[in-house]
Design a binder for this molecule. Structure first.
Ligand code: PLP
Length: 283
């Protein structure tokens, strides 16, 4: 595989960054994951807009212009022959002597990108539906910034797997925030889609925005508000969204069967419609 690091396209086993990189020492880095379908970038502009916002919020300088970033994405997809999969981008504040204070302007940010071939559309998990466990949301309270501080998300995903489930949804004050690496939704008895409103409690999912647009076009009712654990367990349907899983049905929450215990019609329909419309808009 060819990867991109600090201005160069190199083979993955020849790529390196400093041991003093602030990304590994402080988690002082932001990232984006863009999916690739038919060799095209999906929701690319949304991901780059959010990347700029994450950088601004952390006062982190940008290592490349919008034009350069698009060119690197396209070139890596082409060089690695990615028809279906993802492209990962990470920017850290760079390498400097270890210090909690940010380094001066002479330190340049570290930019790295790599691709991963992956079957996204045909997903055994989406066919079966996910089993979810509920865990306390113990993350820092700026979940709207997409940083590489993913240890808690990784811990709870492992906790889910160890208990025979697929993923964890996080709970703050009795209400669901989001999944370990996805946004969370329920469908109520009367067919309303409910997902938490945007705030610093959740990542502002790019897929969330696109899927809610699809739902609006299908004339489905949408409520953006927090929902409780009790509402989730009693829901007619539930699902999650993310760039690489699209719309992913949920069939069980903390042992409670959701609906019929099989992927629900709203989630299945939204998955189809989102995939079709995002493919058509891919660049
Ligand atoms: N929430 C969290 C915590 C995530 O890590 C992610 C994606 O990685 C999402 C939500 C979904 O965001 P997107 O749809 O932009 O992939």
């Amino acid at each position: 595989r060819t990867v991109f690091v600090n201005g160069s396209y190199v083979l993955e086993n020849e790529a390196s960054i400093s041991i003093f990189d602030r990304g590994s020492l402080f988690g002082d880095a932001v990232y984006e994951v863009t999916s690739v379908l038919d060799g095209k970038l999906i929701d690319y502009d949304g991901h780059m807009t959010r990347l700029r916002r994450s950088l601004d919020e952390l006062k982190m300088p940008s290592p490349a212009s919008d034009e350069e970033l698009l060119e690197i994405h396209r070139k890596l997809v082409e060089l690695n022959g990615i028809e279906e999969g993802l492209i990962y981008l990470q920017i850290s504040r760079g390498a400097a002597d270890r210090d909690f204070l940010f380094p001066g302007p002479d330190v340049k940010p570290t930019l790295l990108l790599f691709t991963q071939k992956k079957s996204l559309i045909n997903s055994a998990l989406a066919e079966r539906g996910q089993k979810i466990i509920l865990v306390d949301d113990l993350r820092w309270r700026r979940c709207d910034i997409k940083t590489v501080q993913l240890l808690y998300a990784s811990l709870v995903k492992n906790q889910a797997h160890d208990s025979g489930a697929d993923d964890a949804w996080m709970v703050l004050d009795g209400e669901i925030t989001e999944g370990s690496s996805n946004n969370a939704y329920i469908v109520t008895e009367d067919g309303t889609i409910v997902t938490r409103d945007l705030s610093s409690d959740i990542l502002h999912g790019i897929t969330r925005k696109a899927v809610l647009k699809c739902a609006g076009e299908l004339q489905l009712k949408i409520e953006e508000r927090p929902f409780t654990v009790a509402e989730a367990k009693a829901a007619k349907e539930a699902f999650s969204t993310s760039a690489t899983s699209f719309v992913n049905p949920v069939i069980e929450i903390d042992g409670a069967k959701i609906g019929e215990g099989t992927p629900g019609p709203v989630a299945r329909r939204l998955r189809e419609v989102y995939i079709a419309s995002s493919k058509a808009a891919g660049i």
